[in-house]
Unconditional design. Sequence first.
Length: 424
Amino acid sequence: MKIEKSIIDQHNQGLQERHQRAFDFVSSDVDNIDDILEKLQRFQIAIPSWALGTGGTRFGRFSGQGEPGSLEQKIEDVGLLHALNQSSGAISLHIPWDIPQNAEEIKALATSYGLKFDAMNSNTFQDQAGQAYSYKFGSLQHVDPNVRKQAVAHNIEVIKHGIALGSKALTVWLADGSSFPGQLNFREAFQNTLESLKEIYAHLPADWKLFVEYKAFEPNFYSTTIADWGQSLLLANKLGDKAYTLVDLGHHLPNANIEQIVSLLLMEGKLAGFHFNDSKYADDDLTAGAIRPYQLFLIFNELVDGMDVRGIDHATGLGWMIDASHNLKDPLADLLQSVEAIKIAYAQALLVDRTALKEAQQQNDVVRAQEILQQAYRTDVRAIVAESRLRSGAALDPIGLFRALDVRKKLIAERGMNSVATGL
Ligand code: LRH
Ligand code: MN
Ligand code: MN
């Protein structure tokens, strides 16, 4: 299924008058509205291939329908999202879940939807059929050098797939750790991981980056070898200039001050980018902005500030990606909601009066500082984000159009009851 531009235009015409009123109202107070709109238009958020199917929990899974059964169909799904919002111009693949059989054809297909290939993800947290050694007790950290070698070889393979597709980064997330005290020598596990990562790093092309993702716990419940930003940064620093720390919002212990982490990683020039999602408890992988939209805004506030100080381009300087997985909502509608929430937080952060904030900070005027941030946060910027979509040829109301077009029903008609598990 493809959504033609004429359908989008027709949808926009129906909403134009109402939109114009809302946009005129909010933009009349903003001096640099054209600059903000241009930044919003350029800002693209990559979609992970594994978010396109209905997720499950360890207690079960309620199948969706009309889900993509092949890499081609996953690309088609992201193409649909991108046609609706012109903000999801890249797909992130997970190997071996998404092995491209013919890279040239896959690349051409993606290009036909205006899509690029975001970071490639390796998988050494599951055993694959025919694999010689098991990852039950870890991969890059393993006490057995044969297991480590196998895991390194897999990562090199993933880089090769990425090169063929035009990707520019490898994301390594490890489930490695231990579930019981005494099971593991922490220092040896870390050293083994570092040595293995060094071998992978040596195979990165010159213009590639290595993203080291951390996670506090799960599937291991006593220790995780790359458990927090400190451990990831330690590795990234030891590896070299091409290695960075990746922040997945759901990978922290409760109440962690993620915006402060982001600010310092940016200061060090070591922030890779994001896996956006939201959570109430841990790695819940809920829709971005669904639980703590203020936190998302505060993160973007630090991002805009830190990137501007360092002269980093907002759209291309870091890796922007969603990492969510749903067992209740239609995955496509949910992804549209995540992208919208991220763009809203970004737009609000662009509204912050930074000169006034700096002044308030210099004078220790705490009340004023809070007022400045909340003035931006409490501005209803939805019409600004919608205007940026309109200017890019996307739908004023992507979810509304997704509903009106009965996209899922059409996909079911095309693909049948096809349902793919993404139990993460
Ligand atoms: C781990 C994680 C990591 C994986 C993805 C499937 O929890 O966030 O990024 O690659 O989920
Ligand atoms: Mn992640
Ligand atoms: Mn996760």
